[in-house]
Design a protein around this ligand. Structure first.
Ligand SMILES: Nc1nc2c(ncn2[C@@H]2O[C@H](COP(=O)(O)OP(=O)(O)OP(=O)(O)O)[C@@H](O)[C@H]2O)c(=O)[nH]1
Ligand SMILES: [Mg+2]
Length: 326
């Protein structure tokens, strides 16, 4: 039987305290710990979890260059004017061709540098143990604990990874611009389904009216979810036009779902998925940890490949060794 250890107040509690107070360096260090999948990161989140659940998560997604960062920047400024704290997570895509971060840190946030009320973190998509969606979700929790009332998550809507990320948001903004391909049909079908609000950015460009009509026609065919009809909001992010309307639309969406069972159901669904992921990684760690685990795995794989052993017996051997199976 294991006896729970009562840990004396140590550096971790102090760290957690600093995070709660919104200390920028403490929050940055914590995010690094989460990104590196360090035990400290998990311990910290454990301490901070009771302080979460107050932030509103908005996901901003759309094709490259549609103006997501500019919109995030303007939305952040809007919330700051109302003296509300903002956290921004910008997730950069990884090119399937070069393997590198194709965009790098291009978030246009210079205007907020030095403003402690806005915390910005850019995350590259490469090399996350346990997946990028998980890391993003944990960073969002951390920013929540750090008192950020609005957490804005920017991601390019290209693949399943990105879709998984925005799914964790309470409200998803899909950004479209005129002149990106001849019609809306070229848009990823997946994006159409996850949008709670459609942002028609670069409305100063030619073709904005046509795009809006197409979008409205398409949305009229979509069944409303719990009585919510996704609206289309026109913006010119660079000129700060339509930003207030967009923030209002997000607020209306938030109110609409505050009282509904849908939000609760979505959150339970979310945590179910997260618990399964955590369980998987814990079990994997247990099964394949310790000296000789790698060697044993390679040896068993060799035996199975040579048909000296069947894979089921091999897995049982691994589980028995780690005490997960009798
Ligand atoms: N004309 C016009 N240009 C805009 C508008 N919003 C953004 N831009 C410009 O579009 C370019 C891309 O803007 P970003 O905010 O970096 O777009 P993004 O979607 O974050 O881009 P990635 O992160 O690279 O996918 C920049 O040069 C912006 O100045 C707009 O409303 N009208
Ligand atoms: Mg961007």
């Amino acid at each position: 039987m294991t006896v729970p250890v009562v840990r004396p107040a140590g550096p971790l509690d102090e760290w957690a305290k600093q995070v709660r107070a919104g200390d920028v360096r403490a929050v940055s260090r914590a995010i690094t710990a989460i990104e590196n999948h360090a035990t400290d990161g998990e311990e910290l989140l454990r301490l901070l979890f009771p302080d979460t659940g107050h932030a509103y998560l908005t996901g901003i997604t759309g094709a490259p260059g549609t103006g997501k960062s500019t919109l995030v920047d303007r939305l952040a400024a809007f919330h700051r004017k109302n003296r509300e704290q903002v956290g921004v997570i910008a997730v950069d895509p990884t090119s399937p061709y070069s393997g590198g971060a194709i965009l790098g840190d291009r978030i246009r946030m210079q205007g907020h540098a030095g403003d402690a009320g806005t915390f910005i973190r850019s995350m590259a998509t490469r090399g996350f143990l346990g997946g990028l969606a998980r890391a993003t979700a944990e960073v969002a929790l951390l920013l929540d604990a750090a008192g950020k009332k609005h957490v804005l998550i920017e991601t390019v809507g290209v693949g399943q990874d990105e879709i998984d990320i925005v799914r964790l948001a309470d409200c998803v903004l899909v950004v479209l611009v005129p002149g990106l391909g001849d019609d809306i049909q070229s848009m990823k079908a997946g994006l159409m389904e996850i949008g709670d609000i459609f942002v028609l950015n670069k409305a100063d460009r030619e073709g904005a009216d046509r795009l809006e009509q197409q979008l409205l026609a398409m949305l009229s065919l979509v069944m409303p979810r719990d009585g919510w009809h996704p609206p289309v909001v026109r913006t010119v992010a660079t000129e700060n036009k339509g930003i207030e309307e967009l923030a209002t639309a997000v607020g209306t969406f938030q109110k609409h779902f505050e009282t509904s069972q849908e939000r609760k159901r979505k959150q339970v669904e979310h945590w179910k998925k997260r618990l399964i992921e955590l369980l998987e990684s814990r079990l994997m760690e247990r099964a394949l940890s310790g000296a000789g685990a790698e060697v044993l795995l390679a040896q068993l794989a060799g035996e199975v490949a040579e048909r000296k052993k069947d894979p089921f017996t091999a897995v049982s051997e691994i589980l028995k060794r780690s005490g997960l199976e009798r």
